[in-house]
Unconditional design. Sequence first.
Length: 461
Amino acid sequence: MARMLTEATPAQQLLELLGPVDRFHDRSELGDFGMPARAYMEDLAEPMAKASAFSRIGPLEKIHAFWFAGMSCDGCTVSVTGATNPSVESLLLGAHPGLPRLILHHPVVNVESGPHFMRAAEMALSGELDGPYVVILEGSIADETRAIATGGYWSAQGEEPWGPDGELRPVTAAEWIARLAANAAASIAIGTCATWGGIPASEGNPTGAMSMMDFLGKDYRSAFGVPVVNIPGCAPIGDNFTETVAAVLYFLQGFGPLPEFDELGRPAWLFGETVHRHCVRGAYYEEGTYAEDFGDKECLVEIGCWGPVVNCNITSRGAISGIGGCMNAGGACIGCTMPGFPDKFTPFYKRPPGSLASTAASRLLGSIIRPLRRYSNDHLNREVRWDLHGDTPTGWARRKSEPNALQEVGHRFYDKMRRSSDTSKADVQPWGKRAEWTEERDPDRERDLSVRPGVDRARKG
Ligand code: SF4
Ligand code: SF4
């Protein structure tokens, strides 16, 4: 135990192996290579920024965000660039009052590439950057010490003159994170690979892939005292990320407290509920009716849905712009936001064993509840007038059948129960809402209730 407490983190072990760095590209020699727009992304966006130096609020005018891709499929990038609430574009333009402008350094989004793209990260390392920065990781971190032992690397971003005698060598995402995280205002892991290791860390992987939290260790705190922020999902909901970034930026700007995170660094307001609690198919589960095939409308638990035990808000938030999301689109939950994903959820699309007890109970209860609900539903689908005349004057082909005597007694009993709590009208006849038509309410009124006003009377006349 004592050995574990003093053991260096994987990040520290990597830096011990690689040693310090003090050389960077000679910027005077870079030329136009990697600059098709002949400008840096920040310079291109600056004229379009919404706020001026006079209208910006708070101490931070801008904040840099370094996005590194480890063992990833770029799905997180696709999700985040589709975010709408807030959108990446609005963050880049500083369009939100009180928020600093986000200067994004993203290998897919930026217009510059090569050494020009890495310039800002070099400046962050050398302390020359003109503002604070956050580090964002997409994809898991491979154990690069394994690759170094064989002379290779797993996952790199850019080259720096950090080889023997100033030779260029690929710099891994792991190395960038290890070098930059200590002075970052915040370190944010996006997607299940970065938050918990995810698919690259599943059984059989040769890379020793791990999460940002595992890599930096439990004692890690950013320069502003924040542990690693985790926004899981495979792929994650883009809005979950941009909203959390905005909330953290408000905190860094001094406009609000640190948003609430759970014990694993997830935004508590986004991951506090299970999928099941907001699922559009939840009522089918409750009534004990289950899909047998994909495409069926009922609850998907028997064909592999883990929703009742998974923390994820896609059922209430949707995938993009409030639309889509697994169950909304017919997909069963495979637990992609969870630290145990994927190994604890395989084989996919097979019934979770733990659901046996709850589905059996729901089936039993549902066999009683469903007919009772149908019974009430039939009653509530009738006007009181139709009850009084014993007829439903619909011209549609599916003519509604009239309740039989037993059903009528049941409906009257139900209505009586319903009205029993209405103390202000305790004396009112409980059958439906037009009690004034009944003899109890107006005994002097001689109304032939079997006559339909305007129809039967006309016929009689
Ligand atoms: S489909 Fe999944 S999340 Fe939805 S009700 Fe069924 S078990 Fe719950
Ligand atoms: S519902 Fe399940 S599979 Fe779908 S995004 Fe959420 S955790 Fe992943």
